[in-house]
Write a protein that binds this ligand. Sequence first.
Ligand SMILES: Cc1cc2nc3c(=O)[nH]c(=O)nc-3n(C[C@H](O)[C@H](O)[C@H](O)COP(=O)(O)O)c2cc1C
Length: 389
Amino acid sequence: MAGERGSMKIILGITGGIAAYKAAELVRLFVKRGCEVEVVMTDAATRFITPLTMQTLSGRPVRLAQWDDMAHIDLSRGSAAILVAPATADFIAKIAQGHASDLLSSLCLARDCSLFLVPAMNRQMWDNPATRRNLAQILEDGVHVVGPLEGVQACGETGMGRMAEPDEIASAVLSALSPKILSGKKFLVTAGPTLEAIDPVRVITNLSSGKMGYAVAQAALDSGAQVILVSGPTCLPPPVGVKFVPVASAREMRDAVMANVGGSDVFVGVAAVADYRVANPSSSKIKKGGTLKLELEPNPDILQEVASMENPPFCVGFAAETGNLEENARLKMKRKNVPMLVGNLAQDALGRDESEIVIFSSGAAKQLPRAAKTKLAAQLIEEIARAIS
Ligand SMILES: Cc1cc2nc3c(=O)[nH]c(=O)nc-3n(C[C@H](O)[C@H](O)[C@H](O)COP(=O)(O)O)c2cc1C
C-alpha cells in the first residue's frame, strides 16, 4: 500500500514490446519522485532491454523467473501498485483471461494493490476486435489503463497504439495513488528565476532551477488541486496537467500572476524573483570597453501585492537566506503579511535536487530534514491542506 507520501513502492512490469526502452526513463522518473521501484520482466521483454539496465536504474535485482521463491505472491505485498509498461497485446489478453503463466501475470492475478496497464502495440493489433474485447474486460475489472497515443509507430505506420510518454505515465499513476486532499482547490504557483535585461543579449538572473516550484505544482496536482504554474525560464518540463504560463522578467511574472490569481484558493510564491532590474536597458548590444555602470531600480513585490488584495488567497512565501534563517523569515512574514513562509538556506537549496526547509506559520516552526524536493513539496502541500481546511 501507499506508505508515507513520496516513499511508495511500485512494481514495474515490462513486457516484450519495442517501447520497452521507455521503461528505463520511467524507472528514473519514479526514483526521482521518491518511489522504490521493483522491476519484473517477462522473458520477451529481456529481448528488448537488458535486466542489467533496469537493475542499475532501479538499484535492485530484477525479477525474471517465477520458480525462485514465493515472489509471485509476496512481491506485491506492501506495494502501492503494479504498473505494466509497455503492456503487449499478448499480456493484456492474459490479464483479461486471468492467466498466471509467468511471474508478472501471476503477480497481477494475486495482487492486493492497484494495477495499471500501459498498452503499446501496432495500430492493427490495437484495432483488432480481440484486443478491443480484452481491453473492455480489463476496464470492467477495475484495471487502470494509461494511453495509448496516436502517432508515428516504431514499425513506421501511423495510428493508435503508441505508448504514452514516461512523464505522463508517472504523473497518471502517482496522481491516481495520492489522496485527493485538495480536491476542488485552485492553486497558483510561481517558480524559477526571472531574467532582467541589460541589453538585447545580456541579462541579470539568479541560480534558481525551478525544481522546488515545479515539485510544489506537481504535489498540488497529485492532491487533486487545479494548478496554474507561472514560471521563469528553466530546463524542466512543466508537470502534465498544469496550466503553464511561461514568463521572463519579474514584471512579466507580476502581470501573469495578477491576471491569473482571481479565484485562487492558494498562492505559493516559490519563484526567485529579482529584487532589482536595470533602470535603462540598452536597445542595442553594449560594446566592450571601459567600466560599465548599471543603475538598478526595484521590481514589484509579487507576494506582497497578492497578500494585500482585498480577498487574498492563502499566501505561502519562500525565503532563501544565507544565514539567520528564522529571524529573516519571521521578518519577511510580518512585512508581507503572509500566514505561511518556507525558509531554506540558499547555499543548500539553489539548483539542487534536495533541500532542508523550515515551514513557519503563526507561532509555529516545523523543521523538515534534508530530503528530495519532491518529498518536501508533498509534505508542504499536506501542511497547506491542513491550514486551509
Ligand atoms: C520486434 C518485435 C516487436 C514487437 N513489438 C510489440 C509491441 O510493440 N506490442 C505488442 O503487443 N507486441 C509486440 N511484439 C510481440 C510480442 O513480443 C509477443 O507477443 C510476445 O509473446 C509478448 O510476450 P510478453 O507479453 O510475455 O512479454 C513484438 C515482437 C517483435 C518480434
